[in-house]
Write a protein that binds this ligand. Structure first.
Ligand code: DQA
Length: 159
């Protein structure tokens, strides 16, 4: 089973940008930790970062038929992008929204997520550890979905 991790604008600057808000970890470090967890648990994982809204929409669309779940930090597009929201809604895959900072404790314009309502859940304010929480939640969810599918297939084979 495959999980795709999508990172929005300026997250390639992690480790450099506003360390008081986002911490000192680089995106590559976050990704290598996620990769290790995925491997340990037998999941395939792919990482994608873009500063462009349309590329993020394309990547979400590409997940259809290619992945079982999406972990996304849409960064600044969280607060504005109906296009990313619609893409997530269209593919209808389990999707977890991650924010390193607690967006509800920050400026008013960050306190609204266009994305949250089409996601399974949101993790906000736990620093880079939020990506690990998202991995645990996603693996648990996909495991349950898989078990349900197998049970249904076994039932049908009996009938
Ligand atoms: C962010 C929060 C957004 O408001 C901001 O634009 C980001 C990062 C976070 O992870 O805390 O770029 O998504």
């Amino acid at each position: 089973m495959k999980i795709v991790v999508i990172q929005g604008p300026n997250l390639n600057m992690l480790g450099h940008r506003e360390q008081n808000i986002y911490g000192g970890m680089k995106l590559e470090e976050i990704h290598s930790q996620m990769e290790a967890v995925a491997k340990q648990n037998g999941f395939e994982i792919e990482f994608f970062q873009s500063n462009l809204e349309g590329e993020i929409v394309d990547k979400v669309q590409e997940c259809l038929g290619d992945a079982e779940g999406i972990i996304i930090n849409p960064a600044a597009y969280t607060h504005s992008s109906i296009a990313i929201r619609d893409a997530i809604s269209a593919v209808s895959l389990p999707c977890i929204e991650v924010h390193i900072s607690n967006i509800y404790r920050r400026e008013e314009f960050r306190q609204k997520s266009m994305i949250a309502a089409v996601c399974t859940g949101q993790i906000s304010g736990f620093g880079p550890f939020g990506y690990h929480l998202a991995m645990i939640s996603m693996m648990q969810m996909l495991g349950e979905i898989d078990a349900l599918r197998k049970a249904q297939a076994a039932q049908q084979a009996k009938a």
